[in-house]
Write a new protein. Structure first.
Ligand code: IYR
Length: 222
């Protein structure tokens, strides 16, 4: 007897072990090509691609299936310009005053600075908002659970989907990001989580010569 509201999970697909091995390896080989880039071309990207990537993010596992996220997709040049101006103001403050010496040193290999031309160059900015709580039809607050975890997972899936589609992204976190609520007209129960810049890399783009930790350094098998 199935539980109330349960249906058969007919979408699950098992693969023979050898095929699983190959799939796991080839997915890793493909994902390790992903790099954050900071120089975007202004070439357009069909909106349908972005829509499918966001639909992928929307399939993420999350607390009590409350789906506590909102993706605000910006392609309007005027809005991008406003976001760039507000982000650069925060970033100037960060680089000149707020960041500790240790933090600036950690950023040194990435070559970041307060100038954010990518916020206007890239065809899409996806502002990801986490919903701290929901609002019921009668206006009462609805509690949401594991909001940061949920939105973090959805964002990882979005970044993966964008890479899989053949586009590049940049996880940009101007701090604080409250200006995004104003510019994008998002309600008080939503908090900016991250600004994802999406598009094609500029021709001959370069990336920092940095490496990822080895399996031994990031995992233990007991
Ligand atoms: N938000 C700033 C600084 C910055 C911080 C970290 I941690 C990074 O990994 C990269 C940048 C900026 O976007 O420049």
């Amino acid at each position: 007897m199935s539980k109330k509201n349960f249906i058969p999970h007919t979408d699950y697909k098992e693969f023979p072990v050898e095929e699983m091995r190959q799939r796991a390896r080839s997915f890793y080989e493909d994902m390790r090509r992903r790099r954050t880039i900071r120089d975007f071309a202004d070439r357009p990207v069909p909106r349908a691609i972005i829509e499918d990537c966001i639909k992928t993010a929307g399939t993420a596992p999350n607390g009590a299936n409350k789906q506590p996220w909102h993706f605000s997709v910006v392609s309007d040049p005027d809005v991008k310009k406003q976001i760039r101006a507000a982000a650069e103001e925060e970033e100037r403050e960060f680089y000149e005053n707020r960041a500790t010496e240790e933090w600036l040193e950690a950023l040194e290999p990435l070559g970041t600075n307060p100038n954010k031309p990518f916020l206007e160059d890239a065809p899409y900015l996806i502002a990801i908002f986490s919903k701290s709580y929901g609002i019921k039809e009668n206006g009462d607050k609805e509690t949401f659970y594991y909001v940061k975890e949920s939105v973090g997972i959805a964002t990882g899936m979005l970044i993966t989907a964008i890479h899989n589609a053949g586009l590049a992204s940049l996880t940009h976190t101007p701090s604080p990001m409250g200006f995004l609520n104003e510019i994008l007209d998002r309600p008080e129960n939503e908090r900016p989580f991250l600004l994802l810049v999406v598009g094609y890399p500029q021709d001959d783009v370069e990336v920092p010569d940095i490496t990822k930790k080895s399996l031994d350094e990031i995992a233990s098998f007991i």
